[in-house]
Design a protein around this ligand. Sequence first.
Ligand SMILES: NC(=O)c1ccc[n+]([C@@H]2O[C@H](COP(=O)([O-])OP(=O)(O)OC[C@H]3O[C@@H](n4cnc5c(N)ncnc54)[C@H](O)[C@@H]3O)[C@@H](O)[C@H]2O)c1
Length: 450
Amino acid sequence: MKKSTYSRRKFLGISAAAAGASLAPKSILLTPEPLLASARPAPASDRLRFGMIGIGMQGSGLLTESITLPGVECAAACDLYDGRHTLAKEIVRPDLPVTRRYQELLADKNIDCIVAAVPDHWHKQVVVDAVSAGKDIYCEKPMSHSAADGVAMVEAAKRTGRIVQIGSQRVSSLVCKKAKEMVAQGMLGDLMMVEGWLGRNDPTGAWEYPPPTDLSPQTLDWDTWQGNVAKRPFDPYIFARWRCWKEYGTGVAGDLLVHLVSGMMFILNMNDAPQQAMSLGGILRFKDGRNMPDVHATLFKYGEIPVYMRLNLGTDMPETYRFQGSKGILEVTEFGLSYTPQTGKDSGPSYYDSGFPHEMRAAYEKKWHEENDPKLGQEPMLEAMTFHGPDFDDMKPHLWNFFEAVRSRKPVVEDAVFGHHAALACHMANESYFRKTAVSWDQASKSIKS
Ligand SMILES: NC(=O)c1ccc[n+]([C@@H]2O[C@H](COP(=O)([O-])OP(=O)(O)OC[C@H]3O[C@@H](n4cnc5c(N)ncnc54)[C@H](O)[C@@H]3O)[C@@H](O)[C@H]2O)c1
């Protein structure tokens, strides 16, 4: 990671221009980009027809948002559970074509692209099949279920040249964009450390979801749902709560840490896997048969920078980052950010002089004041800044970025390489937890080593 160099004069110039001449702390509202406000009508030839795969908790939201975007329409939907065919028709239109076989959507020449929100253990297959069939795809985060899956997905995206957008929507958020600008301006000085955390404290937050009441081997293709995982008898709890088990999900790392990591990568303008990860955690609160930890703390090494991320399903704590630099702290939360500057200089004679005899101390302090005191009336005042913005869970602009890329063939904000790097941090956090040792990413063998 490149260290940013801080130009105080540059920052003061920028902040004064942005915030007027007053020295009081600034609080500024972030205004959404006009992009989504301009619902321009799209000519029929310019309309994008997407196929939706997976219409569960997240897929239903993606579907609902996508069909409100200008020039975007849903052509067909696929799910292995029939209840979600009903749901897709309720969202889009009663005669929407639906199927249990996503391959039918990939073979349909009238479908331009795919939006997929299937459980993590299905991501690789759906993405590889989609790009191999010539379809661009928006696939939910975390990109992969394992490091090896991610390597295969990056290869498939490169081989086919199709557009792949991964669904960690922080990277499309106005709050994160403002944070990125502030870091790029050098306001943090040299970056020293990053910390981030997120906590929840209720069964739903810990994925104890109620299975759909009519779920049965008749209404669900349970065999296909299990994919390549060793087959188990029909279990509605696994269907609804798959995040709890490593065979299907990626735990708090893939569910929640991936948002913190992708947002951090975006804000710091980096696109790498961490070199190292060390995790501790356990199943401390939800002892419901899950095999993934509900408390998981990981210390990563990115370049020279320690990055400490903490996920906790037993205590509610709003999602927060703290970027700590030699010139201040940038705190980023879901609804805004605040910057608190620090001079990095002594504000008075060193307190070490309490160990000097009287005369020596007096002489040292006199000299210090002569050399360092500002002229009367010219004492520097530091300016703190606060921005309030819309929620950084920015699904709609993230989808829009994908559909616009499908039209323009310009790159997306979160391609397969970025998605792979963000997911690798999560896989390394999990591997370190299960192996009980530090792990590192070995680029030569493209694997996680202890
Ligand atoms: N970006 C976010 O903020 C966010 C939020 C929630 C979930 N997600 C991600 O979205 C994905 C889905 O999560 P969810 O909570 O919606 O899960 P879910 O279990 O509610 O829904 C998944 C749906 O996919 C269907 N499905 C599974 N395999 C399939 C296949 N081979 N073909 C067709 N349909 C298949 C299931 O039947 C189910 O209806 C996950 O990867 C999750 O991490 C992202």
